[in-house]
Design a protein around this ligand. Sequence first.
Ligand SMILES: *Cc1c(COP(=O)(O)O)cnc(C)c1O
Length: 356
Amino acid sequence: MRHEFPVTKTTMPKDKPDTDTLAFGNRFTDHMFLMDYNQERGWHNGRIVPYAPICLDPAASVFHYAQEMFEGLKAYKTSSGNVQLFRPEKNEERAKRTCERICIPTLPDGLMVEAVKALVDVERDWIPDKPNTSLYIRPFIIATEPFLGVRDAYNYMFIVILSPVGPYYKEGLLPTRIYVEDEYVRSVKGGTGEVKIGGNYAVGLRSEKKAHEKGYAQVLWLDGIERRFVEEIGTSNAFFVIDGEVVTAPLTGTILPGITRDSVMTLLRSWGVNVSERRLSIEDLYEAHREGRLSEVFASGTAAVISPVGELCWGDKQMIINEKRIGTLSQKLYDELTGIQYGRIEDRFGWITEIE
Ligand SMILES: *Cc1c(COP(=O)(O)O)cnc(C)c1O
């Protein structure tokens, strides 16, 4: 199905940010996508309008019971000026599963991708073209019905906003220091760890703050029941290279099925690397490190693509990984993924959607 959305252009375009000093997520473009849901009409009135604050009733249920979901992807400008998205249909599929998990009415098939394409097309001039800059895309849905009773809401809003972002690493891919979280947990089987909702982020903030105060960039989450098995790094998926085997946590309901995670596994397998989705305990990880068998640790996600880990702190134990230098596989994955995203490397897997 093709969806057409009316466009109301802004009469007050903003100045574009200086692409040399772009950070992450603090500047927004001139327009946004809005769409409403009510019980009579379902999803309707998709439209592109000038970027502006939205007006909500203080009783809107999103404020009280957190019925909210989101996605994150990027638009990239190639050296020939083309604009492309990376696997946007995967974001749409995941959004559908997230909506189902927290009782948000799902969007019509294809609508999220069409809305993203239409909005990015309007905001082409906002896509920075310096190396490793991009346009971050944030689609999200909130429950807007003014009602304090506890049930799924009758009214929602689907919104897409865009933010030009700079290179995640200003000084190149610097390995990070990570703190193994042994006090709090982010997710348990049967909970919401496998879907993308704001609530998951709120519960992780305290650990992240604690890690920052101790001088670490992020936390490594352990499973919520035994507090033993490695799951995610902050809000990214985690990979461990032991004896040449690349290990990542399996999708058993507690970790977010990252699109970068899936792409990493596909690339590694295409290179003949042994990849396992299996449980890995922090004890076994430490043992592998002590015996010199742990060669690389990295995180994967849309924002940073690949983030190498140089040091893991587990209680009073410290693991220095690959002498705090980026590993061979981490670097190769970063180069390959960004190469495909920016159109420098052939798209052998059909991952790219061009915006005509
Ligand atoms: C978004 C997210 C990721 C990464 O997913 P990508 O699709 O690769 O961006 C990983 N973990 C969590 C908790 C997330 O929210």
